[in-house]
Design a protein around this ligand. Structure first.
Ligand SMILES: Nc1ncnc2c1ncn2[C@@H]1O[C@H](COP(=O)(O)OP(=O)(O)OP(=O)(O)O)[C@@H](O)[C@H]1O
Ligand SMILES: [Mg+2]
Length: 413
């Protein structure tokens, strides 16, 4: 029987931009059919602060993707972020009930439920239950214990929590833009799927996604995630520092950061000048480019020190990680990879979404890692991505046939 082509959609609800992607999956290969990009107006540090502006931004990015793909998106996987995210490691254990010692799915469920029963109250919810490994009679590294023999079964898990209101506000915004939410995925988990190789995850790698509002950290070792954290600082703070430091409009500060900025001020000749517009008066004047780079460097130092603290906090031994992969728009800042190598003592590379698109694709860019990784995540991860079903409040699907769990899109006409 011929395999049915699966149509997928993803929406990365970022602080700087909202990115929607329509894709077709056949035999595990993802083909991008349409991408939409819109400036994100209603979020601060990954959290919705203005619902109507967020809805408008989601709609604008969706419409562009739908137009390109010539499809109507009914439901999509959506990224969530924000500094309320907490990643915790948890363990559960059980005696094997079968007299002959063969481990059954009931034994596995008991161990997993011991590891995941947390009393979180109303304010927090678990958005991911990620199994790291199982141990059978003390032997660790067991990937799937079903059918193995033993007396005692334990499981190590990584649980990702987020504030329930933060998740619900993202879901509401997407619903009110006319799309149902199939599931939410932590941003760095999605980005990792797009940029890390399975060898990197196995050997130990740190993923750092520097976005506009937040810097998202995920640490992988022995094939699974062992630490996740969202730091409430990103590239937009660098832009703001520039705007304040040289008294320039934000848009111009952003352009200067990209065109003339770098993190090594000492490499810039002291006499080199750049032209800037003075905020308010609109007068043109000159400013030291080295000073611009000093402003950038100060904030980058702060962000990278926070990354280092995040890694140290979980006792990640640098011996256990082979390197760091930096993605998100902020990873393109001139020199930031070298600075991270110096400060963290690790080998660092920029993470492009190689697992999803080819080098010549227009979305082959670190800022698209999360949106593309969302598509990849739905293909790779077999376990449910949402532990607690997200409420589809106020959904206004644009199609009269509502299909709650459908990932499929309908061709127009
Ligand atoms: N070439 C570049 N040089 C320096 N910075 C850049 C460059 N391109 C993008 N950025 C910065 O990347 C940031 C946006 O990155 P990205 O699009 O990944 O953020 P986001 O996903 O919308 O935000 P978040 O993940 O924090 O919610 C902005 O601060 C922007 O200034
Ligand atoms: Mg992002």
């Amino acid at each position: 029987m011929a395999q049915k082509k699966q149509l997928l959609a993803s929406i990365d609800v970022g602080t700087t931009k909202i990115c929607s992607i329509c894709a077709r999956v056949e035999d595990g290969k993802i083909e991008i059919l349409g991408t939409g990009w819109a400036a994100s107006r209603g979020l601060k540090k990954g959290v919705v602060v203005n619902l109507s502006e967020t809805i408008d931004s989601v709609k604008a990015s969706l419409e562009e993707a739908e137009k390109q793909a010539q499809m109507v998106v009914q439901s999509a996987y959506v990224s969530v972020g924000g500094a309320y995210i907490r990643g915790i490691n948890s363990a559960g254990e059980t005696e094997v009930h079968n007299k002959d010692g063969e481990i059954t799915s009931e034994d596995i469920n008991r161990a997993v439920s011991a590891a995941t029963s947390l009393d979180l109250g109303e304010d927090y919810q678990v958005i991911h239950h990620l199994t790291r490994d199982f141990q059978v009679d003390g032997l660790d590294g067991v990937v799937d214990p079903l059918g193995l023999n033993g007396h005692h079964l334990s499981v190590s898990m990584h649980l990702v929590l987020n504030a329930s209101a933060v998740v619900q506000n993202i879901v509401n915004a997407v619903n009110k833009a006319g799309v149902l939410v199939d599931g939410v995925v932590m941003q760095q988990l999605a980005s990792s799927e797009a940029v890390l190789s399975s060898d990197e995850k196995e050997l130990g790698t740190i993923l750092v996604d520097i976005g506009g509002g937040t810097t998202d950290v995920a640490v992988y070792n022995r094939g699974s995630i062992c630490h996740s954290e969202v730091l409430p600082m990103g590239g937009d703070l660098v832009t703001k520092d520039i705007a304040i430091g040289i008294r320039a409009p934000l848009q111009e500060a952003e352009e200067l950061k990209r065109s003339a900025g770098c993190v090594f001020p000492e490499s810039v000749p002291a006499e080199e000048l750049i032209e800037v517009t003075e905020v308010g008066s609109g007068c043109r004047r000159t400013f030291s480019r080295r000073r611009l780079c000093e402003i950038i460097r100060a904030r980058c130092d702060e962000i990278l020190k926070a990354v280092e603290r995040s890694i140290q906090q979980v006792g990640v031994d640098k011996e256990l990680v082979t390197g760091l992969v930096m993605t998100g728009g902020g990873s393109l800042l001139d020199g930031v990879v070298d600075l991270a190598e110096q400060m963290l003592g690790l080998s660092v590379r920029v993470g492009y979404p190689v697992n999803v698109v080819a080098h010549d694709s227009p979305v082959f860019h670190p800022a698209y890692s999360t949106a593309l990784g969302l598509l990849q995540y739905t293909q790779n991860v077999q376990s449910p991505v949402v532990a607690k079903p997200v409420k589809a409040q106020g959904a206004r699907p644009r199609n009269t046939r509502i299909r709650m769990k459908s990932w499929f899109l309908e061709k127009i006409g």
